[in-house]
Design a protein around this ligand. Structure first.
Ligand code: CO
Length: 470
């Protein structure tokens, strides 16, 4: 039996390109496209170790499915942080929870200008015709989806002013618009919502002043509104300016603040309301929509921000670690009220949630959420099953196999589908017994395995990917 920690949080030995992976089972012939996944390619540089799951140097993985066959390639995202790490043999740029070793003198010198990573490893998006690797800094690296070569840092003009952004832009396909939220840290900080349209000139839609900005990984959007759930994991911007400790360690949990929801009209930029809610934390909004005079907001939520702590590698190394469970909550915001309430749709552990975004984003009547999860009978260790939740009934289906650790499930819908779950789920699974990974193809309806394509090496635990139809 292999060491799961070393397989999932070690380093990738090789960049390879294979025309044809061995496939067991049968991939439906209508699945024709490319899955690009992003995540860390190594947690080590020379003798040095990164500290947290959200650190590391970006690596892209491509799976192209055509006529039941799968080709594969992986490549580190070439960028300054990668080049410096390779050239110096040590960590040179600051990551989420790792700073390069610096003397006190260097630290003082670098105040106001820490070298923040450009290794954009968190997610993937196609905006206009550009394939982009996204980071929580506004640096987005364009890449070639076939060769995975970096094209360069993608520059918006004018630049969206701010230091941090979400890696989950929201798309309004009808309006051909893309929206994102950027936080600008300053004497008076601001949450800023931007719209991208046409020639990709960011236009400021709304700007909300804030004295202690929250750590925000995503936001909600409906036909008419932005929804910002302001979790009480907040930072004094001065502490970021001084940068005496790694980025995320400047944030503090302040549950006495609650977790207010801010609702903004996304057409006019007007603040519609602030809704009180008890403190909670989340990385991921799932879906949101308008129903009567209520906003419905589904979120993969935690009671507190302890999940951020549990992703430190020195904790993940412990095979007895119990990662805190997130669960799927449905918040309701009465447009004429003042307070958000919620119900738990499912108490199954849930992270990296996904749904049929293309068809159901912002739509009442969406039905299924897919996620990684931890089996209640196999509580210890990292995410070890895939989960499907029916948001109307709370019914769940799972895919769980011994020694298998699946990554983010991505729904690929059958063209012309009618049923809400007519499609397949693609997930990169680490098989710890074999010491390698495979691309799993599940029937989204039955949650039964249709096929798997075997990769000759292990793929580290990553975050987000995106599927592009051929
Ligand atoms: Co995310």
């Amino acid at each position: 039996m292999n060491d799961v920690f070393e397989l999932g949080f070690g380093e990738t030995k090789a960049e390879i390109a294979l025309d044809r992976l061995p496939v067991q089972g049968a991939i439906p012939p209508w699945v024709q496209g490319t899955l690009v996944r992003n995540g860390p390619g190594t947690f080590r540089v020379g003798e040095q170790q990164y500290r947290h799951w959200f650190d590391g140097l970006a690596m892209l993985h491509r799976f192209t499915v055509a006529n039941g066959q799968v080709s594969y390639a992986n490549k580190f995202l070439r960028c300054r942080a990668y080049d410096a790490a390779r050239a110096n043999g040590r960590i040179t740029y600051s990551e989420f929870a790792t700073d390069p070793c610096r003397s006190l003198f260097q630290r003082i010198q670098s105040v106001f200008a820490p070298q923040i990573t450009d290794s954009a490893k968190v997610s993937i998006a196609k905006i206009a015709e550009h394939y982009l690797a996204l980071a929580e800094t506004p640096i987005q690296v364009e890449f070639d989806p076939e060769t995975l070569e970096a094209v360069g840092v993608f520059q918006y003009e004018p630049k969206a002013t701010g230091q941090m952004t979400t890696v989950h832009p929201q798309f309004d396909f009808d309006g051909d618009q893309v929206f994102n939220l950027v936080t600008r840290f300053h004497r008076v900080s601001h949450y800023r919502f931007y719209r991208l349209q046409g020639e990709l000139r960011p236009a400021l839609v709304a700007s909300l002043p804030v004295s202690q900005p929250a750590y925000l990984h995503s936001f909600g959007m409906t036909r008419n509104y932005f929804i910002l759930a302001e979790f009480p994991l907040v930072v004094n911007p001065l502490h970021l300016l001084l940068w005496l400790r790694p980025y995320i360690e400047n944030f503090r949990w302040r549950p006495e603040r609650g977790a207010p929801f801010w609702v903004i009209n996304r057409h006019t930029g007007e603040l519609v309301g602030r809704y009180e809610a008890d403190p909670f934390f989340a990385f991921h909004h799932v879906n949101a929509f308008e129903r009567g005079d209520e906003l419905v907001v589904d979120i993969a939520a935690y009671p507190d921000a302890g999940i951020v702590q549990s992703y430190y590698l020195n904790r993940l190394r412990d095979p007895n670690l119990e990662v805190p469970f997130g669960n799927l909550r449905r918040y309701r915001l009465p447009l004429k009220g003042r307070r958000a309430t919620y119900e738990v749709i499912s108490d199954e552990c849930m992270e990296l949630p996904n749904f049929d975004y293309r068809r159901f984003n912002m739509q009442d009547g969406y039905r299924y959420v897919y996620a990684v999860s931890i089996n209640k009978q196999q509580r210890k260790g990292f995410y070890n099953q895939l989960l499907k939740v029916d948001v109307e009934t709370g019914a769940v289906q799972t895919w769980h196999r011994p020694n298998c650790y699946p990554g983010e499930p991505i729904f690929v819908g059958r063209p012309g589908r009618v049923a809400a779950d007519d499609g397949v789920i693609l997930s990169v699974v680490l098989d710890a017994a074999r010491g390698t990974s495979f691309l799993l193809v599940l029937d989204a309806h039955s949650f039964e395995e249709l096929a798997r394509a075997e990769i000759p090496h292990p793929i580290l635990f990553g975050y987000h990917g995106a599927y592009f139809e051929a």
